[in-house]
Design a protein around this ligand. Sequence first.
Ligand SMILES: Cc1ncc(COP(=O)(O)O)c(C=O)c1O
Length: 284
Amino acid sequence: MDFIACVNGDFVEYRQALVPAADRGFLYGYGLFETILVRAGRPELLTRHVRRLAGGCRRLALPLVFSVERLAALVEETVERNGLREGAARLTWSAGPREGAGNLVITVRPLPYGPDDYERGFTVALSGSPRNEKSFLTGLKTLNYLENLLAREKARREGRDEVLFLNTAGALAETSAANIFLVRGNRLVTPAADQGLLPGIMRGLVLELAGEAGLGPEERPVGLRELSTADEVFLTNSLLGVMPVVEAAGQRLAGPGKLTARLGRLVEEACRGTREDDGQSRLY
Ligand SMILES: Cc1ncc(COP(=O)(O)O)c(C=O)c1O
């Protein structure tokens, strides 16, 4: 099927969705993106995604010529024009050839994960290259993804689903496309935002919902050795939601666990909008 893409507000066939060769996103990875889950025809947590993109642009001093409302509307329209019920939408804002001439591209694709993945749980390799917690780019969803991509491809060739990065101090940071959580007793532990990671939208939602699973959230430096003694380990990102981890860095782990599954259900309920009356206007 040939999908329809949105380029700077126009809707075109995917193969006609082109940006100029002089675009600094193409030349230097100068730009930002968002990957958004589409469920029942609706982009989930959309407000959070467009706000993060706009916030990232401010931090990069990259002018964003679309308002967050317009961006959200264009994502919704792209999903609708494609008749997409379940899948992923990608919103890319690249710097363009010169200041003030950025390029917006919105595309959609099918979901890469299915129910079998959640039943079996992910296996996670350990990357040999450290994540630089001191680089401010680490906390932004920029177009610079090559290190993540190559590390994940290597892990997949070796039969693992994902790859874990440690920071320069040897503590847990994140995986190539997800944040990591450990359940330890009644605590839900995750590396703090200054540990060399993108503070994911799903990470934020899971921390907000932890209390409902009877868990106290704890953001702090997390040592590699804590993995093997954790009761449960899981990954989060916007497409995965909550994915159990059954093996990490060569160690077999307990799980998939009950609290992981409970948090996964809480996330689904929250995204379905059944909790919109809890003071969070337009949670999605
Ligand atoms: C490196 C990295 N860390 C964390 C995440 C999780 O972010 P989110 O929950 O916003 O999808 C992602 C998502 O793609 C990622 O690429």
